[in-house]
Ligand binder design. Structure first.
Ligand SMILES: [Zn+2]
Length: 376
């Protein structure tokens, strides 16, 4: 197997000691250290002053859907408030689409994400909302990522959340659990209440699925407390948090996954990232890519938003979009470039990751490596 030495640039690895050079072999980071002590390798890649980061880990996306909601977006930016029911528009289009059409769309979006530096994606179902359509959506998700999340409890399709919850926690979970690695529920007025979410998430957890919760997005609520109660990997959105919520996240080691692209797109208040970080909560940044409220696959855009609007430093934002996302997915060999990590790397056409926020909207990705193979 070929070994490659990366040198001549700067490295963000999240290792304790500074790194001047890095060796990739067999798809893994095999060595890091000073330039002077670098071992002989088959190939040498000169970075010419560019910066190397761990590949981004986008731990919250809804990539499997039919149709688009450009008209809803246009209505909203001209003055109409967002309500959770907009999801139903996408549900109708998703049911009407063939599995091949859903897969082709999801693959295009996954490719778009990869080109912007995302080497690991989580993908949720949640726009099928029948046993068969949720199963189809998870098949599509599994075709593009190992991190597929069952989100049957996204919104109740006929408005009766109590009846629908029994279906989700029963027959639908039976059909979907074998394809999923995690379960999620939308804990929000107009979606599912805390008892309904607990029923679905507990049933998923009993089958060995990791737990995520769409929590405290549109108003204060019990979602974060439920996430802690169930030992969730992450509570996602976390826009409206009390001090007790923040302490609970920290004490229960639940990752707070922030998705500022959603607040950007809906002109809503941003999550209290500074309060979370200052309290010692582990924060992840994700795109929440979906056709209704955050139609972006770009983690660089999310990092720029986090620095501009959430008060995060560039270092904190990049940490959240790499190691934070990996922790939210329960993975320990991605999101960093310490020895033994998967060789998932982003090379920036810039000397430091600060430039991701300093030059917003500009494609600064020079190249991307997945398991040591150049994919851009
Ligand atoms: Zn979401």
């Amino acid at each position: 197997m070929t070994s490659t030495l990366f040198r001549g640039g700067s490295f963000v690895t999240w290792a304790d000691e500074p790194v001047e050079a890095l060796v990739v072999e067999d798809g893994r980071v095999a060595w890091t250290g000073t330039a002077a002590s670098a071992p002989a390798t088959d190939e040498v890649l000169h970075l010419s002053g560019r910066c190397v980061l761990p590949g981004f880990v986008d731990s919250h996306t809804h990539l499997v859907f039919g149709g688009d909601r450009a008209e809803e977006f246009e209505a909203r930016i001209t003055g109409t408030a967002y309500a959770a029911g907009g999801i139903r528009t996408t549900v109708a289009a998703t049911r009407a689409a063939s599995t091949q059409e859903l897969l082709a769309r999801a693959q295009r979006l996954a490719h778009e994400a990869l080109r912007s530096g995302t080497t690991t994606l989580e993908v949720k179902s949640g726009y099928g909302l029948t046993v068969e359509d949720e199963r189809r959506c998870l098949e599509v998700a599994r075709a593009i990522t190992p991190h597929a999340t069952f989100l049957g409890a996204h919104v109740a399709p006929d408005g009766d959340a109590a009846v629908y919850t029994s279906l989700v926690a029963g027959e639908m979970l039976d059909a979907c659990a074998p394809l999923a690695t995690a379960v999620d529920a939308f804990c929000e007025e107009g979606a599912f209440d805390v008892d309904q979410c607990r029923e679905v998430l507990s049933a998923g957890k009993e089958r060995g699925l990791g737990v995520h919760v769409h929590a405290n997005q549109l108003r204060p609520g019990p979602g974060v407390q439920l996430a802690a109660e169930l030992g969730a990997l992450s509570a996602d959105h976390c826009t409206h948090l009390s001090e007790a919520d923040i302490q609970t996240l920290r004490d229960a080691d639940v990752v707070a996954t922030l998705v500022p692209g959603a607040e950007f797109s809906t002109r809503s208040p941003y999550a209290p990232a500074r309060r979370l970080l200052d309290a010692g909560v582990l924060v992840a940044l994700a795109t929440d890519c979906n056709p209704g409220t955050s139609f972006t696959t770009s983690i660089p855009f999310v990092i720029a938003l986090a620095c501009r609007e959430l008060g995060m430093t560039p270092q904190e934002a990049v940490l959240a979009a790499t190691l934070g996302g990996a922790t939210a997915l329960g993975q320990d060999d991605i999101g960093h470039l310490r020895v033994g990590a998967r060789a998932d790397l982003v090379v920036l056409e810039a000397p430091s990751p600060t430039w991701l926020a300093y030059r917003p909207g500009v494609d600064l990705v020079h190249s991307v490596f997945k398991d040591g193979v150049a994919v851009r």
